[in-house]
Design a protein around this ligand. Structure first.
Ligand code: GLV
Ligand code: MN
Ligand code: MN
Length: 408
């Protein structure tokens, strides 16, 4: 039998990490490559030091911590997640996957176990995409889904580039981002939805993901005075954006239960009292369990945008800047996770991930799988995000059991 992970140590580590970038409501804010993200990364490295892991970092800031196996030249079994958060983040999204991976390393270290194949723990850069779009940037670059040059040139809302943020945070590593020849990839994550809790299952076996399509919309009208300009002569980009935001929501409501969509970000110019706005930028995405339905949602969105633009005399430029999925994860790895759960008397449920994850990119490179643990109340990207110590420990144990078998 594989050794037991230390549930208390894992829980304490999660709480300790949450002291970096705390929000007033008890959540976490560690935007990618911020001061807080840098500090969290440094703490991870501190924790890894006594474990004799070999640290490497690539030029997009992805962190790789490898543990030697008996077979020096064998390909590694890799696992991990992300330490960055959204502005209203909780303490568990991403963090659980990285720190459960750390707990795997710690448990093996304590038990003096050397696996056959090497192991590799990964912290991916900018999974969230809150500060720099798109989401899953580090894993995209690693998987050549996006070029390093394109990623480095992307700027946040303040005009700081990814390149500058990597430099300023000291996270621009020496490695050229590229696949590392792993035998497989595993990611433990909180579910971020209500399914596991409602069904009473301990572990979610993630068989695949939704298909999501992301857009930046730029609405251009005409600047004018809010007083003298009669209503019929206004070309108001903000009013058009308001219609668009509700249209996106309507498209998702009509696509339920498999569909989801929201506009999430807005920038308005000149954003001045007394002025009818003339430039408004929005971000939104449409996603669905069935890829063709996500495509249909996009088609509907484009139709609505066209109609709004014509009726209001504004131009609406659509930049479809990213997408992910649909991905089907490796069925043999899923079987293994199911077996490991049942050997620990844990119940499982197959499910589809509605959020993007770095595993989506890994699935294009190597057999990949994800396991979910329940999210209390299905709450996420929210300071009230919560999974219990026991729920997390169960997930970490299954991760360890699977890793030990895969690296035997
Ligand atoms: C990112 O995680 C997304 O699901 O959009
Ligand atoms: Mn996440
Ligand atoms: Mn997230």
């Amino acid at each position: 039998m594989t050794p037991s992970i230390n549930a208390d140590r894992l829980w304490q580590s999660i709480l300790e990490l949450a002291r970096i970038g705390p929000t007033s409501e008890g959540g976490s804010c560690r935007l990618a490559l911020s001061v807080e993200d840098k500090e969290a990364r440094a703490l991870l490295l501190d924790w890894c030091r006594p474990l004799n892991l070999h640290f490497e970092q690539d030029a997009i800031g992805n962190m790789f911590l490898s543990r030697k196996g008996r077979m020096d030249t064998a390909a590694a079994v890799a696992f991990g997640s992300h330490l960055d958060t959204v502005p209203t983040g909780g303490r568990f999204d991403g963090t659980v996957g990285v720190l459960a991976g750390l707990e795997v390393m710690r448990t093996l270290h304590d038990a003096n176990i050397t696996t056959g194949a090497p192991l590799e723990l990964v912290n991916w850069t900018n999974e969230e995409g809150s500060r720099f779009r798109p989401a899953m940037m580090g894993s995209r670059v690693h998987a050549a889904n996006m070029s390093l040059e394109a990623a480095l040139a992307i700027t946040d809302d303040e005009g700081t580039s990814v390149e500058a943020a990597l430099h300023d945070s000291g996270q621009a590593g020496a490695l050229v981002p590229s696949p590392r020849g792993w035998t497989c990839w595993l990611e433990l994550h909180i579910e971020q939805g209500p399914v596991l809790e409602a069904s009473g299952a301990d572990i979610g076996i993630v068989t695949g993901t939704m298909h999501a399509r992301y857009f930046q919309l730029m609405v251009t009208g005409e600047p004018s005075h809010v007083g003298p300009t009669t209503m019929d002569r206004r070309r108001d980009s903000l009013a058009a954006a308001a219609e668009i935001i509700l249209a996106v929501e309507r498209i998702a409501l009509a696509a339920e239960p498999g569909g989801r969509a929201s506009a999430t970000w807005i920038e308005n110019y000149p954003n001045a009292r007394g002025n009818v706005a003339n430039i408004t930028r929005l971000h939104c995405d449409v996603r669905h369990e069935q890829a063709e339905n996500a495509v249909a949602m996009e088609h509907e969105l484009r139709g609505v945008l066209n109609a709004i633009g014509l009726r209001r005399g504004v131009n609406i430029a659509i930049d479809p800047y990213a997408s992910f999925g649909p991905v089907a994860f490796d069925t043999r790895l899923a079987d293994l996770l199911r077996d490991k759960a049942s050997m620990r008397q844990l119940t499982t449920r197959d499910m589809i991930a509605a959020a993007g994850h770095d595993s989506v990119l890994m699935a294009s490179l190597t057999p990949s799988a994800m396991l979910f643990i329940p999210s209390v109340g299905g709450i996420t990207h929210n300071p009230r995000e919560y999974s219990t110590k026991e729920q997390i420990a169960r997930g970490a144990q299954i991760l360890l059991d699977a890793v030990v078998e895969l690296a035997r």
